[in-house]
Each structure stands twice: as C-alpha cells, then as structure tokens.
Design a protein around this ligand. Structure first.
Ligand code: S3P
Length: 178
C-alpha cells in the first residue's frame, strides 16, 4: 500500500499510538515519528523531567514546536502524545497539512492494565512522583478520559479497539479506514 497523506494517531495514554503508528508506517511506506520521542530528543531529557522541572505549559509549547518541525517530513505517520490533540493550534496545523487523524478508542480497562505498569506518565502520578494505588489510578484515568474524549472524537476516523485485539488486528482495522 502506498499512502501519501499525513496520518496522525491520537488517543489516550496507553492506547498504542506509537506501536501502531510504526506498524501503519511500514505498511504504507511512510516514515514514522513519535512526537514525545522528538520532544525528548530536542530537550535531551525525559518527558517526566520536563514536566517536573519546566512545567506542563512549557511541555505543551514543545509539542507545538516539534509538530511544526515534523510537518516537513513526507509521507509521515505521526503518533501524538495523549494531550496534544487537545490543543486547537495542533489540530489546525494538521488540517492545514491535509492530515488524516485517527482516534484509537481503547476500552478503559485495557488502558488501566497498560498504564499501571508504566511510570513515565507524569499526569497520572501522585504529587510526590509515585504511582497511585489502583483505585486512584483508575479514577484519574476515567476523569481525564471524560475530559479528553470530546476532543478525540473530532478526529476524522475512530477505530474502536476490541478487548483482546492484537496490534496486528488493530493495524488492519486502521488500514481499512485510510
Ligand atoms: C500526555 C500523554 C503522554 C505525554 C505526556 C502527556 C497527556 O503521551 O505526551 O505525558 O497529556 O495525555 P502518551 O499518550 O504517548 O503516553
């Protein structure tokens, strides 16, 4: 398959944007970039350290800066961080580049299982940087997801990922919609 439009994956933390993005890229012959990886490269530090040392507003600015730099790469599959699509400026830059946006709608239980194993998500951690217990983690995921969902629904395509689907199955489903 040869696909020339910019493809942008959005969705909550843990929805598989990066893993699926790289699979979609190899199937479409496009380059793959992950916005968070680009930010870490540019700043020379981890996302959680950027949040801790420089604050969230600075991180959001980096999302805009790195997106602008990446838009010259063509053809491209881009995995956004879970909050990037909530920025109107990011959505309009993607539209201006004729990007097709894909929301990965993953069941909350699956998100929880994945996120509980990972501590590089500053928005989910307690103020002291520790992982919250399961109940509080689930509460945070649900709250943030409720806030974000209306934004994710603005994507051109929604792929509803069924519990138990492998990344290969989800990749096929994404490709069907492109
Ligand atoms: C964030 C999601 C993260 C990362 C940062 C903020 C968010 O990306 O950009 O921790 O606001 O949802 P992933 O969705 O790749 O975890």
């Amino acid at each position: 398959m040869n696909y020339h439009r910019l493809i942008v994956l959005t969705g909550f933390m843990g929805s598989g944007k990066s893993a699926l993005g790289s699979k979609v890229a190899s199937r479409t012959g496009a380059a793959f970039r992950d916005l968070d990886d680009e930010i870490e490269k540019l700043e020379g530090k981890k996302i959680r350290d950027i949040f801790r040392e420089d604050g969230e507003d600075y991180f959001r600015q980096l999302e805009r800066t790195c997106l602008n730099q990446l838009l010259s790469v063509k053809p491209l599959v881009l995995a956004l961080g879970g909050g990037a699509f909530a920025q109107p400026e990011i959505r309009s830059r993607i539209t201006a580049h004729d990007g097709v946006t894909v929301f990965l709608d993953v069941p909350v239980q699956t998100l929880f299982e994945r996120l509980k194993r990972n501590t590089n998500r500053p928005l989910l951690l307690d103020d002291d940087g520790q992982m919250p217990d399961d109940d509080r983690l689930m509460k945070r995921i649900r709250e943030l997801l409720a806030q974000r969902e209306p934004v994710y629904r603005k994507a051109d395509i929604t792929v509803t990922v069924k519990p138990g689907w492998t990344h290969e199955q989800t990749t096929e489903e994404i490709l069907k919609h492109l």
